[in-house]
Design a protein around this ligand. Structure first.
Ligand SMILES: [Zn+2]
Length: 177
C-alpha cells in the first residue's frame, strides 16, 4: 500500500470483483494521493460507473469514515461489510441525515470477530505504533482493545518497524502476531 495506512476495499457483485482500492494518504503521484482524502473506499468507488449500484457489496478492512459513508450513499452501493471496527473515525452508526441517505441506506455488516477482522485490526494498530502517526487514533484503539495495543507497543514494535522497513510481505507481518 505504498507506505500508507493499511486499509483496502473491494467492490463485488455476487462474489465477482468489480473494483478494488487501497489507501494512498501517504503516497504520491496518484489521484488524491497525499491529500488526506485518498481512502481505500473512495479509491474503489471512483472506478464504478454512474449507474445505481444496489446489487453491489463494498467490503473494506476498516469501518468506513464519514467521508466514505457519504460516498457509499452517493454511489448507491447496496451493502457494506467491514472487517475491523474503527473506534476513532468509524461512521457506520451514523443515522441518515436527509432524504438521499434514507432512500439509499446500505445494508451494513461488521465488525468481523474472526481471523480476518483480527488481522485487519492488527495491521492498523501495528502501522499506528510503528509510524507514530495519529496519536488520537491510536489512543482510541488503545481504549477499544488495550491488550492488543499494549502487546504491539511493548513486544512487537521493533519487529514490526523492521519488517515494514525491509518491505516484508504481508504474510510475514501477519505472522508476527
Ligand atoms: Zn474513509
Amino acid at each position: 500500500m505504498e507506505g500508507s495506512f493499511p486499509v483496502g476495499a473491494v467492490v463485488s457483485r455476487h462474489g465477482e470483483v468489480v473494483a478494488t482500492g487501497c489507501n494512498h494518504i501517504f503516497a504520491t503521484g496518484r489521484d488524491l494521493a497525499g491529500s488526506g482524502l485518498a481512502h481505500a473506499e473512495i479509491d474503489a468507488l471512483r472506478k464504478l460507473t454512474t449507474d445505481p449500484h444496489d446489487d453491489l457489496l463494498l467490503t473494506t478492512t476498516l469501518e468506513p469514515c464519514p467521508m466514505c459513508m457519504g460516498a457509499i450513499y452517493v454511489k448507491r452501493v447496496g451493502a457494506v461489510e467491514f472487517l475491523a471496527a474503527d473506534p476513532y473515525g468509524g461512521a457506520c452508526g451514523l443515522a441518515p441525515l436527509n432524504p438521499l441517505m434514507r432512500r439509499y441506506e446500505p445494508r451494513l455488516a461488521g465488525p468481523d470477530d474472526g481471523p480476518a477482522g483480527r488481522v485487519a485490526q492488527n495491521l492498523v494498530v501495528a502501522w499506528l505504533v510503528s509510524t507514530g502517526h495519529w496519536s488520537a487514533t491510536l489512543q482510541a484503539f488503545a481504549e477499544h482493545d488495550p491488550a492488543l495495543v499494549h502487546r504491539v507497543r511493548n513486544d512487537l514494535a521493533d519487529e514490526l518497524s523492521g519488517a515494514a522497513a525491509a518491505g516484508a510481505p504481508f504474510s510475514d507481518i501477519v505472522d508476527l502476531f
